[in-house]
Design a protein around this ligand. Sequence first.
Ligand code: PEP
Ligand code: MG
Length: 572
Amino acid sequence: MKNYEGLAASPGIAIGQAWIFRPQTPNIDTRSITEDEIKSEYRAFRNAQAKVDAHLEALYNRVLEKQGEHEAAIFESHRELLADEELENDIQALIRDERKTATAAVKEYLDQVAASMRALEDEYLRERAAEFEDLQNNLLLALNGLPFASLASAPPDSVIFAEDLTPSETAQLDVEKVRGFVLEHGGLTSHVAILARNLGMPAVMGMRNIMNEVRSGITALLDGDTGKLILDPDDKTRGLYTEKKAQQDAQKAEYAKLHGKPATTEDGKTFALYSNIGSPNDLHLIDENGSEGIGLFRSEFLFMENKQAPSEDQQYAIYRKVAEHMKGKTVILRLLDIGGDKPLSYLNFPKEENPFLGWRGVRLYKDNPEVFLSQIRAAIRAAAYGDLWVMIPMVISLDEVRWVKQQIAEQSVKLEAEGRNHNPHIKVGIMIETPASALIAEQLAQEAAFFSIGTNDLTQYTLAVDRGNTKISVLYDGLHPAVLRLMKMTCDAGRKAGIDVGICGEMGGQLEATPLLVGMGFNEISISGKMLPAVKYSISRLNAAACRELLDKAIAANDAEAVRKLLQDIKH
Ligand code: PEP
Ligand code: MG
């Protein structure tokens, strides 16, 4: 028996037989070609393009049938990248003007694209670099006449070991057969880690040199909660983990019993549980989680994905798709929240000393009327097809809310005159994510149709701790009584004014905070990723009256540690 430690990339316990995946490495021909060879290299590239396209189409159909549309979507997106005219033109230019072979041209062009994506600040876009590398690898395999890598031959009950997995390889993992996987590379936010979590497949990553340690067929036991890997475990260890796995399975079964039921405390107080999404690609979370609405649709990803802003019609199509998918359930679309850590290449961002305290969220709208108006028009139009509300980010004053509402009213009149279907009564609410907005919540409630607390920023601004600065991350703590006090003030102000108050920051999915959120009496709790069933289970075991008492003590506590001690006495 041998123990190893890696990164806990996707939770759960897996026990199976090790299966080693070692795809072939394609060769890059770096010589300079002659003029006579240009045509044959073009042809080689186009043949490779066609081969990869056919391969992606076959994968799409197979994954669609076995796993569903969401999992298959990645192959469609690779086909689109492959068919891009710019890609073809630029690769041909490298062959023609720089006399590169097709392999060298494909390598150089896609290396550059991937590198420029990796240089972006946004994590989501950085991860898209992996997609270009994936495509590059497939094109190079085809140009070398090598077979495409396939995980389809993994035997039943296997644990896969690989140096790394590309996004398309990960999407081929057969959840019926494969128990989990171990990678030498990969980080917690890598594409493959996100996919593994979406598939619910245990994974451990960043385990250097493991390929030299493991033999095919040996028993592998991995714990995706702690990042542990045990090869050839003894009977005692195996028994221990089998029991732990049984406990986890039992817990999942408990969660499953609550699927489709409301989140109600033992003394009868019900909370609506919503999901956070970043694009229509996340809609699968709604059915999987049993979400009752979307409490935060972060619209900025639509704007960050492209080199220019999406048009009104493009936005309208997307917002309408989301609204219709929800069939009358509430969708809270957050208006563009760009700036801070999320700049946009096509807007002129000034160099700022303190971007988080600078030109971000609602502060940008007046300076960018085209972008802003296209978004509100798209939203008002889409709101005719479902219960779509809009929410303003980074508010600190009543004037900001009044101004946005004024613009919405003006655009509604225009849409009416244009004879376009729209909803002039769209609800306009605000995010409470600055201390200023929490402190004047009573005043803001005169204009806002609802509040949603963004605890990520509220914590950052209340404690003056940069949310992304790892050096001071121990200070970034939403359980600080100052943050809780502002949250409670917001809830009380909303209740007094008779408007809905929700929460959409990450705290919504933090189980340790659930009793405090129950104590605050939110109308709606919007949760990221797959934590919703666990939060619901936790709520079902809590007593709302006891949580209210606990909250009163928590806001009077000296620090976050004291709050944690109070929380220990509450079982859930
Ligand atoms: C927040 O600040 O809590 C929030 C939900 O917004 P974002 O994380 O997108 O800034
Ligand atoms: Mg925020």
